[in-house]
Design a protein around this ligand. Structure first.
Ligand SMILES: Cc1cc2nc3c(=O)[nH]c(=O)nc-3n(C[C@H](O)[C@H](O)[C@H](O)COP(=O)(O)OP(=O)(O)OC[C@H]3O[C@@H](n4cnc5c(N)ncnc54)[C@H](O)[C@@H]3O)c2cc1C
Length: 357
């Protein structure tokens, strides 16, 4: 039995490792290098999983509840550990290789991958030839195809279409693509604050409702705000109608020092005094998020209506879809790689069963 996988990213390599020596695998990768997002993850340290991940951490809770009944991140961690990756888990459930190097994860995965990899190969078309599949005009037909081309997040604008354009040949359309895990452009002028980092309690309000509250470090820019706590807000913002959205920042939460000058970074002190800002309720009116190129993931993608609970395309069950190309996204902290690996795990189990039959 032979399988074509579109994309050599996190989910594709994990799937290939699970199917080691069980099937004949060809991976088509548009770049000259593989797994660039896995390598970039967690600032190069690879926040590969979140051990506490649950359905609430994702935009499509219903679908994820069903997935978590079949597999969870502890199962995936065990597989990685059995492959030989020693891991460490922080107080927020974030799993890293103990080497704190994403290359360790990639190297061990690659030790377990037995596949032909076609580099610099942009898949633009998938066609059916009898009961088999052809990728572009490649000189081999495949029994199964796995679509694992990820998302356009963090990719330069001219190349953003590449991971989805071949979907037209399968008559698959996309839900709107919104940048997620990204900062916000705001109406306030923040000139003078650019580069300042501040511990905050941030609260997101949309259409008069409080949507999400979280503590963390905010990073100010001339025209907006970023930092992990703010990037997480973008994930919740994308799940709303986005009307009249604003974030309030409580700086120095619970502290009322008699001298702000002695408590705030000098740039922050100047800004709040010159602009009459209440540091416990600094309101930032949202214009929108920054763009797709600046985002870590995409909210949107192939609608889950198109697939079964086992990640098969409903209208052609020998085609599977997994990872970030689907309309599933989570917050920062290992949740997106968790989904990439969990979906690959289910696809792997299905393909193993097909192989036995
Ligand atoms: C800077 C950054 C940091 C991140 N940090 C984290 C983190 O710490 N923790 C976390 O959980 N998640 C993180 N993520 C998100 C995570 O990396 C992705 O969600 C995950 O890699 C998705 O896996 P995937 O297999 O679906 O797609 P990818 O890993 O993106 O792989 C898709 C592959 O398909 C290839 N491809 C695309 N189109 C085509 C085509 N037409 N033909 C052939 N090949 C194609 C791509 O080049 C790519 O190699 C981060 C993302 C970024 C950008």
């Amino acid at each position: 039995m032979n399988i074509a996988i579109i994309g050599a990213g996190a989910s594709a390599l994990f799937l290939s490792a699970l199917l080691k020596n069980k099937c004949d695998i060809t991976i088509f990768e548009r770049n000259k290098k593989i797994a660039s997002k896995l390598l970039a993850s967690g600032n190069g340290r690879c926040n590969m999983l979140n051990i506490d991940a649950c359905a609430n951490d994702y935009n499509n809770k219903e679908f994820m509840e069903k997935l978590f009944k079949k597999v969870n991140t502890k199962d995936i961690l065990e597989i990685f550990n059995n492959m030989g990756i020693t891991t460490t888990i922080d107080s927020e459930g974030r799993v890293y290789p103990i080497s704190l190097s994403s290359e360790t994860v990639l190297n061990v995965l690659l030790d377990n991958v037995v596949a032909d990899i076609e580099f610099n190969y942009i898949v633009a078309k998938i066609s059916k030839v009898g009961s088999k599949y052809q990728i572009n005009d490649y000189n081999k037909l495949f029994d199964y195809v796995v679509l694992a081309s990820g998302s356009s997040a963090s990719i330069v604008e001219a190349k953003q279409d590449l991971c989805y354009s071949y979907l037209k040949s399968l008559n698959l359309s996309l839900n709107k693509l919104n940048p997620s895990l990204v900062g916000f452009r705001v109406k306030n002028s923040l000139k003078g604050l650019s580069g300042v980092r501040s511990k905050v309690l941030a609260t997101l309000y949309v259409d008069g409702k409080m949507i999400h509250k979280e503590r963390g470090e905010a990073i100010f820019k001339d025209d907006g705000i970023s930092g992990i706590v703010i990037m997480n807000m973008s994930s919740y913002y994308n799940r709303t109608n986005k009307r009249n959205a604003y974030i309030t920042l409580d700086i120095l939460e619970g502290l009322y020092p008699f001298s702000l000058k002695g408590a705030l970074a000098p740039k922050m002190y100047l800004y709040v005094t010159e602009n009459g800002i209440d540091i416990h309720s600094f309101r930032l009116d949202i214009i929108d998020t920054y763009g797709i190129k600046d985002a870590q993931v995409i909210n949107g993608g192939v609608d889950l209506e198109n697939i079964t609970d086992t990640f098969r395309l409903k209208k052609d069950k020998n085609i599977f879809l997994m990872g970030e190309m689907l309309d599933i996204d989570g917050v920062c902290g290992g949740y997106n790689l968790s989904f990439a690996f969990m979906s690959a795990y289910i696809v792997g189990s299905e393909l193993e069963n097909e192989n036995k039959n």
